[in-house]
Ligand binder design. Structure first.
Ligand SMILES: CCCCCCCC/C=C\CCCCCCCC(=O)SCCNC(=O)CCNC(=O)[C@H](O)C(C)(C)COP(=O)(O)OP(=O)(O)OC[C@H]1O[C@@H](n2cnc3c(N)ncnc32)[C@H](O)[C@@H]1OP(=O)(O)O
Length: 236
């Protein structure tokens, strides 16, 4: 099943997979989620650290990929990618020191397998929704036995950011409001369900909640504003 979905992604091409870009606004997100990056090292595929719930959720959604309603997002890397160069040229006028760039890693993929952020995202084009299944490892502890709020915020930002980027292209987080309602047990699988609520010019309003795998517990809720970056306008 895994192999068939991977093959499907390759056939479908760009990172939005089967999803159609909005008319006249394809956005560069396509390149970043490109199937070219699908490989044996794809961190969005199950590994031995994934618990039963995370595997089950992954399998359920890979099945949903088969009719094209959902798209599995392969993991991506900032390392030596065209998108990194685009981003630095666009935003930093190429000023980012090369030394730092060559060592750079995507924060959420920088821990060894099982120790930090284990996650996979799926995207639904028709509903403008991105869903992330996330299991926080032992290096993400805050209160004993529970996930650090910063780690939860990071995954929320990544999921909401992905939603916004798919909608309009390169964005940055301008505002992130989070309500922590219940602590999340370390090592448990949670569901981050996000949607684009509104787009006003360059402003993209996105929201999400974080629930337990059985959906019975709402752990966290968040709303956020992302701003589509303006080509040629340096932020530094
Ligand atoms: C991240 C890019 C990755 C690239 C490629 C990778 C591929 C991987 C694929 C996928 C990954 C996705 C996952 C990533 C997730 C992580 C994202 C982060 O962690 S981002 C780091 C934290 N955020 C910052 O450091 C921003 C710092 N702030 C800024 O740089 C600027 O303030 C910025 C860009 C947000 C806006 O600056 P302006 O100069 O472009 O725009 P102005 O003119 O100030 O605002 C435009 C409109 O927005 C409103 N606005 C701006 N900030 C606001 C705010 N905080 N609250 C309310 N309104 C705000 C303004 O009032 C204005 O509104 P009016 O058009 O006049 O109606």
């Amino acid at each position: 099943m895994l192999r068939s979905c991977a093959a499907r992604l390759r056939t479908l091409g760009a990172g939005r997979g089967g999803a159609r870009p909005p008319a006249g606004n394809p956005g560069p997100a396509q390149r970043w989620f490109s199937s070219e990056k699908l490989s044996a090292n794809d961190r969005s595929l199950p590994n031995p650290s994934w618990n039963k719930d995370l595997r089950l959720l992954f399998e359920q959604f890979m099945k949903k990929c088969e009719d094209g309603s959902w798209t599995h997002m392969p993991s991506y890397s900032y390392k030596n990618t065209l998108s990194t160069q685009d981003f630095t040229t666009l935003i930093r006028d190429g000023k980012l020191p090369n030394k730092h760039l060559s060592q750079a890693q995507l924060f959420t993929r920088s821990y060894e397998e099982g120790l930090g952020f284990e996650y996979v995202m799926f995207y639904n084009d028709a509903e403008n929704r991105t869903i992330c299944f996330f299991q926080g490892g032992p290096y993400l502890q805050g209160a004993p036995g529970f996930l650090h709020g910063g780690a939860i915020s990071t995954m929320i930002d990544a999921t909401l950011g992905t939603s916004a980027m798919i909608a309009v292209g390169i964005v940055m987080t301008a505002n992130l409001n989070i309500t922590f309602k219940r602590p999340i047990p370390l090592g448990s699988a949670v569901v981050i369900n996000s949607q684009v609520d509104k787009i006003e010019g360059r402003k993209v309003f996105v929201s999400c909640n974080v629930r337990s795998a059985d959906e019975k517990t709402v752990y966290t809720e968040a709303t956020s504003l992302f701003i589509k970056l303006e080509p040629g306008k340096s932020l530094t």
